[in-house]
Design a protein around this ligand. Structure first.
Ligand code: RP5
Length: 167
């Protein structure tokens, strides 16, 4: 299934966005993954956004660092939901630059902005699945299982902690 696209501004973003790819694959979704930059390859970004719907893409995850305009630029050219992942960059301001660039969209052009970095990469995948699951019962079932397993894992850790602290 290639209904999700992950775009990132640079190959230097891949080590973080791998977590997004892996999380999507755990749900059985094999995403399109591209390096496309709002600043360095603006015409490619433009073409991708305009043609994505015709290619069967239902959700686009856009990750970038520094002055992160990729998600917003895509959102301005398509009605497909755009999930933005701000990335901290060694060259930037610790991620605050990318966070504000991604989240502060003007009214009329929304970007669903995730947490910074790895947490945002994973959450972007889960959020994309939540969107797709609205029209896909099998995916919705996988999401329920995911949440239940997550809860079970934390409860197990809590039980171990209780054993240690009560002895
Ligand atoms: C952004 O600038 C990219 O998304 C990356 O996070 C950052 C630095 O890019 P490189 O100089 O590592 O290619 O456009």
């Amino acid at each position: 299934m290639t209904s999700v696209a992950i775009l990132m501004g640079s190959d230097s973003d891949m080590s973080t966005m791998t977590h997004c790819v892996e999380q999507l694959r755990e749900f059985g979704i094999d995403p399109v993954v591209r390096i496309i930059s709002a600043h360095r390859t603006p015409t490619v970004a433009d073409d991708f956004a305009k043609s994505a719907a015709d290619k069967g893409i239902h959700v686009i995850i856009a990750a970038a660092g520094m002055a992160a305009h990729l998600a917003g630029a895509l959102a301005s050219r398509t009605t497909i939901p755009i999930i933005g992942v701000p990335l901290p960059s060694g060259l930037g301001l610790g991620g605050m630059d990318a966070l504000l660039s991604t989240v502060q969209m003007p009214p009329g052009v929304p970007v669903a902005t995730m947490s910074l970095g790895k947490a945002g990469a994973k959450n972007a995948a889960i959020f994309a699945v939540q969107i797709l699951a609205l029209a896909d019962k099998a995916l919705a079932k996988k999401l329920r299982l995911f949440k239940a397993q997550q809860q079970e894992a934390v409860m197990k850790k809590d039980a171990s902690l209780q054993q240690i602290t009560s002895s």
